[in-house]
Design a protein around this ligand. Structure first.
Ligand code: DQA
Length: 145
């Protein structure tokens, strides 16, 4: 089983951006921990990050036929991007939405999530552990949609 973990806008700034909210660990550490978790549960994983909405759409399109599951934290694009939602609906790859913070307990504008319309599971407010939980959920669901 091959998983694609996509981190969107500003997630490359982990460790620097608002540490009280997002923690002190950086993006490199997140990738390292995701890879270690993948090894532990016996799946293959690729981690990609982009600050550009269109690049994220292209990543999702290119995942077709290559990956069995997508874990995505689109960052602020969660709350605005119909394009990312449409790309996920186009490829029909089982997807879990992850947020480091509890987005529903924050500002009103963070309560809207387009990706949620497609994702079969949403994990919020669990920090890095949310990514591991997402990976476990895709593995448990199996390779087929
Ligand atoms: C985030 C929450 C979003 O509202 C925010 O714009 C982010 C990160 C999270 O992981 O908690 O960039 O997706």
């Amino acid at each position: 089983m091959k998983l694609l973990v996509i981190n969107g806008v500003n997630l490359n700034m982990l460790g620097v951006r608002e540490p009280a909210l997002y923690g002190k660990k950086d993006y490199k550490t997140l990738v390292r921990e995701i890879k270690a978790h993948a090894k532990k549960i016996g799946v293959k994983v690729a981690c990609k990050q982009s600050n550009c909405e269109g690049e994220i759409v292209t990543m999702i399109q290119r995942a077709l036929g290559k990956y069995d599951g997508i874990v995505i934290n689109p960052g602020a694009y969660t709350h605005t991007s119909v394009a990312i939602l449409d790309a996920l609906k186009a490829v029909m790859i089982p997807t879990v939405e992850v947020h480091l913070t509890d987005v529903d307990a924050r500002e009103e504008y963070r309560k809207v999530s387009y990706v949620s319309e497609y994702a079969f599971l949403r994990v919020t407010g669990k920090g890095f552990d949310g990514y591991f939980e997402a990976m476990d959920a895709i593995k448990a669901r199996g390779a087929k949609q």
